[in-house]
Design a protein around this ligand. Structure first.
Ligand SMILES: [Mn+2]
Length: 320
């Protein structure tokens, strides 16, 4: 294991200013924060004439790529040589997904994260902010460049999505101050709100119906679970990457303390998304090698559907 150290925002900004080429890694099963933070940092570094490439081990949805063409640059196959690798919004090395081997072997690495997790890089900027976009925002403000409308929009993306549109309990004064500043700099807040919180495709409405058909409750309704199989996705004309938002419908049931959404990802492999109300779903997901936030976490579990459901029900049962 190489030595690891904690760095401040200014030290991270200095490291980024000194080096010339970067590979930025969004976390597996990417969300608006990791994507927004990666693209914002990429835009900022390119303003300083740096060479930057973006990677994520899972495909970005067509909907996001259509709304934000910059997303097309995020590719699932690693290539090239870089002065530094940066793990963006990753609480531990596993979040880098299929790139964790490449990442773990490289010496010049930097973590930018707000989950308060492992120091798995050589340099680690780990905070308790509401979003990784806030970390990137603070770094960018120390670099010799202007925040233009495009940069402001991607910084706003993670701020807005990781705070649940300023509704989760991680929303604080800094969130609103950052939002006010990005608003002044021309962030397209209406577009972010529409794409991440409003727009639904017909196939999404169909798979939502299918997931609700498959809804099951446990422990007097304290746990609400839904699932989608590969054939559900196929029959509804939906893509795997279109399903992560559905879990909200499970946790929004008034009796629910835990909301669970299973989506089959390859035969007998399930992507599990969990949400909690005053209940740490991260503890549950960590039992299966996953992670995330206390009230919003995920993991992957292999097995037959009913076995996977039983494992989750049993694990939640110990703590509910
Ligand atoms: Mn995040």
């Amino acid at each position: 294991m190489n030595s690891t150290k904690k760095v401040t925002v200014s030290q991270a900004a200095q490291l980024l200013a000194e080096k010339n080429s970067f590979a930025l890694f969004a976390h597996t099963n990417p969300d608006g924060d990791t994507l927004g933070a990666c693209i914002a940092l990429c835009i900022a570094l390119r303003k300083l004439d740096k060479n930057v490439r973006l990677f994520c081990d899972m495909p970005i949805s067509d909907k996001l790529k259509a709304a934000f063409p910059e997303m097309c640059e995020i590719v699932p196959k690693y290539s090239g040589k870089y002065d530094m690798l940066v793990a963006v919004d990753c609480g531990d090395l596993k979040r880098v997904g299929e790139f964790s081997d490449i990442y773990g072997r490289f010496s010049e690495t930097l973590t930018l994260d707000h989950h308060g997790g492992d120091y798995f890089s050589k340099y680690n900027l780990v905070t308790r902010y509401a979003s990784t976009c806030q970390i990137v925002y603070e770094i960018v403000r120390q670099l010799p460049l202007q925040i233009d409308e495009r940069l402001a929009t991607f910084l706003y993306m993670g701020l807005c999505t990781d705070t649940g549109n300023f509704s989760h309990n991680n929303t604080d004064k800094a969130s609103f101050l950052m939002a006010a500043d990005l608003c002044e700099k021309g962030a397209d807040m209406e577009k972010i709100n529409r794409v991440f919180f409003k727009d639904t495709t017909l196939s999404e409405v169909r798979i939502l119906g299918r997931a609700i058909d498959h809804m099951r409750t446990f422990y007097d309704g304290q746990m609400v679970l839904m699932y989608l199989t590969e054939s559900d996705l196929k029959e509804c004309g939906a893509d795997f990457s279109e399903t992560s938002w559905i879990v909200q419908h499970a946790i929004d049931v008034d009796t629910a303390k835990v909301g669970v959404m299973l989506t089959e990802y390859g035969a007998n492999v399930y992507k599990v998304s969990m949400r909690g109300k005053n209940y740490s779903v991260r503890d549950v997901c960590q039992q299966f090698g996953g992670g995330g936030h206390m009230y919003a976490s995920g993991c992957m579990i292999s097995g037959f559907l009913e076995d996977v459901i039983e494992k989750i029900v049993r694990t939640v049962g110990f703590t509910i």
